[in-house]
Design a protein around this ligand. Structure first.
Ligand SMILES: Cc1ncc(COP(=O)(O)O)c(C=O)c1O
Length: 414
């Protein structure tokens, strides 16, 4: 048997559609400056699918900092891993500023959010430890847990009754193993937009002994009075023991960080495999992140604008009878009923006839019969964009209800 056979015989749950959708629904090319309007297949579209929450991607000060960083340092510097030859003052400065912003003692930079989170989990746990985590945790949390040699308990998404039960089981088991308990959840769940119940989880620290790790990828910069995340939003930031944020969303860059008490960060610096065995974050990304963080901290009007757009969009959708689930963040899912073909055909109509580009999610990513249009508002959208989109959504919903997209096959996008 050839290991390559699987690529020929079964392309996987998503890959099976590749020949029909590649380049249009999957791997589409959005061109031009990152903004509310970008070019897709030669035509300008209103784009609602980028996590550029605060509009920093194309902010003139950000563009200048990125260019200056590249001109001054190039991409090579620093060479080597942080521990060996990749340490700089600016890496340390960025870490301290990030730690201050999210109200933790120390922070450590990660090259990517995904691999960083995998490694954070791996570093925090040994085989005696027990994990309790939310069933809708992001792939990077699941993959971090794949490396865990000890026991884990999952609770149905945000179900606090089950959470308590799993904590009880974890407590009993940890007494046997002699390990500790790590609870892992997210600040904002990126697909549904609802929040991890951090207030209730932190309150359980009264009854149980555990540490809390929060992946706040979507909450960092967008949630809470100063943008310090979902912990700040709930007033429980201190109850988060290990805070994780990425630069890939509100900061519109690459890289991530973990923030925690100083001794935990020092422990990570000497034990986290993703950083010990990988080259340090390049200088232009560090310089660019410092500028972005300065804007995130000092320009609350960017966050205000994001929320004006998000609220108008969510309010408008609700008024028109759309089901947007239980979002409490800018992430705006629109839940519709239909099969994969209807989802694709509807999305094609939105793109080609309304010039609206947003992400569509259908089976097998979500259960059969569910279509999710996922809209990400940003500070560079306008209220006109919102009202245009609301009208368009009403029209496509009408067509969906009339069965117009139910052709039984995916539209030929080529
Ligand atoms: C909840 C969550 N965690 C982690 C990540 C990974 O971050 P990055 O894109 O920096 O690798 C993402 C990004 O999709 C995310 O949504």
């Amino acid at each position: 048997m050839d290991v390559f056979n699987k690529a020929i015989e079964k392309m996987g749950p998503l890959g099976q559609w590749a020949s029909q959708v590649h380049g249009y629904f999957t791997f589409p090319k959005l061109e031009g400056d990152i903004s509310n309007r970008m070019v897709f297949q030669g035509k300008e579209r209103l784009v609602w699918s980028l996590n550029n929450y605060l509009g920093l991607a194309n902010h003139p000060e950000v563009r200048k900092a990125d260019a200056d960083g590249a001109a001054t340092y190039g991409l090579a510097l620093p060479m080597g891993a942080r521990m060996m030859s990749g340490q700089t003052d600016l890496h340390e400065q960025l870490e301290q500023e990030l730690a201050d912003y999210v109200g933790k003692e120390s922070a450590y930079l990660l090259n990517y959010g995904y691999q960083g989170m995998v490694s954070v989990i791996d570093t925090l746990l040994d085989r005696k430890d027990v994990v309790v985590y939310d069933s809708e945790a992001h792939a990077c949390i699941i993959d971090g847990l794949r490396m865990h040699l000890g026991k884990r308990y999952v609770y149905p998404h945000n179900n606090m009754e089950s959470f308590r039960k799993q904590l009880e089981r974890a407590t009993n088991l940890s007494k046997e193993t002699g390990g500790g308990i790590l609870v892992i959840t997210e600040g904002v769940f990126g697909m549904s937009g609802d929040l991890g119940k951090l207030d209730e989880i932190v309150a359980m620290k009264k009854d149980f002994n555990f540490r809390l790790l929060v992946d706040d990828a979507h909450g960092f910069g967008t949630m809470g009075p100063t943008g310090a995340g979902v912990g700040e939003h709930f007033g429980v930031q201190d109850g988060i023991d290990v805070y994780f944020g990425t630069f890939a969303k509100s900061m519109a860059s690459i890289g991530a960080f973990v923030a925690a008490p100083k001794e935990i960060i020092t422990y990570m610096m000497y034990n986290m495999r993703s950083q010990i065995y990988a080259k340090s974050l390049p200088m232009p990304l560090v310089v660019g992140a410092l500028k972005r963080l300065e804007l995130v901290r000092n320009h609350p009007e960017l966050r205000d604008k994001l929320w004006i757009i998000a609220n108008a969009l969510q309010q408008g959708l609700k008024e028109r009878g759309f089901n947007i689930g239980n979002t409490q963040s800018p992430v705006t899912p629109v839940f519709l009923n239909g099969d994969t073909a209807e989802g694709a055909n509807l999305s094609y109509d939105l793109r080609e006839n309304f010039n609206i580009f947003c992400s569509v999610v259908t089976y097998p990513v979500v259960p059969k019969g569910v279509i999710i249009l996922r809209i990400i508002p940003t500070a560079v959208h306008t209220l006109e964009d919102v009202s245009y989109t609301l009208d368009a959504f009403s029209k496509i919903k009408d067509k969906l209800d009339k069965g117009i997209y139910a052709t039984g096959k995916i539209v030929n996008v080529f």
